[in-house]
Design a protein around this ligand. Structure first.
Ligand code: NAD
Length: 493
């Protein structure tokens, strides 16, 4: 049974859940059709519309597998991650293409993200051999006191569609290497990419039940993970509305949880900035991946002295960006990932105009008739944006830049902090004093000087302040804090 208004080509991949080491259709038999955002009438996948029964089976198999898995050494678990990394890398082209067809990002970015996935797997494979505790002097001369780390049990992973390889991999790899088993709910929009990742793990030889994937509605399977008494910890990346709900449910039943959510990331252009570099960083940080990065630049806060010259340099380059199908080599900017995302972005563009901001460029469907069936929006730049406007306060998650003029750096930092979010912030300047002031005074988990807001390094802690996060950190060595519990050992002969 297919929940779709479209006629479906029998060649379309029909994706299954992965439970207990086997591919399993959803118990209900129901599936949802997923379309290519570059041509919305083209169906690219049929993904499981799973129900809580499917989730129960996955949790039971993760539970059954966890005791044997935790008994392996970190090196043994890491060896499997190394194999998964090689397999992911060997399927770079296939996974990249699937991602582009499902969520629209350009093929170059999709392949780059897949390569990042392999690098993350290798990084955490190595973590299996690194120290996990400290020796602490005991007050008893005969005792040895030290800390070690214990796995949490079954970890539920809920991930979004915007980085369908990197995000789930940066959650699952540390969960696994530290001895947990996993039940993963990917975003249904990127079901093919998710099943290709699972295929790599399967082929790498992970024992049955160690990794499980269940695809379905967020309100059913995502919420089911948050509520499930058999899941000991929940890691979530997505919108703040859903994330806060997931956190409340997990907290109420005493499960450990971690939330990474939205952003409204500012870039500040100081009077002494290299304007050409600042323009490139604004475009790359704000518009790559069609602005659908949690770290995307959204507010462009420019000091008056250079406002006009920055704006004209920015417009000149934004107007030349090529919008199109992400599979075309010359495309710089693909479509919005879904109809929902497309409508949300158009809605913000309408709101921006209604509230009195001036749309300088973009914000509309491209002229090209070949793009008429896709969720394309030309990159938009708003001028005369006031801090109270919706486009200056709410996460848009699309190709929209809001220019805000300020007197000086003090006002710029005050505005940068005037948001409920605190994920990433950037400053362009050649003044070391400005840079230090910005680093000290900006409330964001990622603070970047002369670099775009959207860069993430897998070996460094990643996460937001304020409403962007549950105040935990992912990636790098920070991951051990979430995926393990500290055990303090006091031992006498
Ligand atoms: P979303 O919150 O709609 O969905 C995220 C995941 O949660 C999906 O798997 C979805 O199916 C699931 N879900 C939906 N409803 C649920 C519910 N009631 N209970 C449990 N799970 C549910 O977000 P999205 O639209 O997929 O992703 C975009 C958002 O993700 C943006 O806000 C973006 O900023 C954020 N994001 C944050 C980071 C970060 O690391 N901070 C990274 C990428 C994306």
């Amino acid at each position: 049974m297919v929940n779709s208004e479209y006629t479906v080509n029998p060649e379309i991949p029909s994706i299954d859940n992965y439970i207990g080491g086997e591919w399993k259709p959803p118990l209900s038999g129901k599936r949802n059709a997923g379309c290519n955002p570059a041509r919305s009438s083209e169906i690219v996948s049929l993904s499981p519309d799973s129900e809580c029964d499917d989730l129960d089976v996955a949790v039971a198999s993760a539970e059954a597998a966890r005791y044997a898995w935790r008994k392996l050494t970190g090196a043994q678990r890491g060896a499997l991650l190394f194999k998964a990394a090689d397999l992911l890398e060997s399927r770079l082209e296939e996974i990249g293409r699937a991602m582009t067809c499902e969520m629209g990002k350009t093929l170059g970015e999709a392949k780059g993200e897949t390569a990042r996935g392999a690098a993350i797997l290798r990084y955490y494979a190595g973590e299996g051999m690194r120290p996990v505790g400290d020796v602490i002097p005991a007050t008893d001369a005969e005792a040895l006191m030290f800390t070690t780390r214990a796995p949490l049990g079954v970890v539920g992973v809920i991930s979004p569609w915007n980085f369908p390889v990197a995000i789930p991999v940066w959650k699952m790899a540390p969960a696994l290497v530290f001895g947990n088993t996993v039940v993963w709910k990917p975003a249904a929009e990127t079901a093919i990419t998710a099943s290709l990742i699972m295929a790599c793990f399967h082929e790498a030889g992970f024992p049955a039940g160690v990794m499980n994937m269940v695809i379905g509605e967020g309100a059913v399977i995502g919420q089911g993970i948050a509520e499930h008494p058999g899941i000991h910890a929940v890691t979530f990346t997505g919108s703040d509305t859903v994330g806060k709900r997931v956190g409340q449910i997990a907290l109420a039943r005493g499960a450990k949880y971690q939330l990474e959510m939205g952003g409204k990331n500012p870039i500040i252009i100081a009077a002494d900035a290299d304007l050409d570099l600042a323009v490139d960083a604004t475009i790359s940080g704000g518009l790559r991946s069609t602005g659908q990065k949690c770290t995307a630049t959204s507010r462009v806060i420019v000091v008056s002295d250079v406002y006009e010259s920055f704006r004209s340099k920015l417009l000149e380059k934004v107007e030349r960006l090529k919008v199109g199908d992400g599979l075309n080599a010359e495309t710089w900017l693909g479509p919005c990932a879904s109809r929902k995302q497309y409508e949300t972005v158009l809605d913000y563009i309408r709101k921006g105009k209604e509230e009195g901001a001036e749309l300088l460029v973009g914000g509309e469907q491209p002229d090209d008739p070949e793009l008429a069936d896709g969720y394309f929006i030309t990159p938009a730049v708003f001028d005369q944006v006031m801090p109270k406007m919706a486009i200056a306060r709410e996460e848009i998650f699309g190709p929209v830049l809001a220019l805000i003029e300020v007197r000086d750096l003090d006002e710029a930092i005050e505005l940068a902090n005037d948001t409920e979010y605190g994920l990433s912030a950037s400053l362009y300047t050649s003044n070391l004093g400005y840079a230090l002031k910005f680093i000290q005074e900006t409330d964001a988990g990622l603070v970047r000087v002369n670099a775009e807001t959207a860069g993430v390094e897998l070996q460094a802690p990643f996460g937001g302040m304020k409403g962007s996060s549950s105040h935990s950190r992912e990636q790098g060595q920070a991951a051990i804090e979430f995926y393990t519990a500290v055990k303090t050992v006091f031992m006498k002969p």
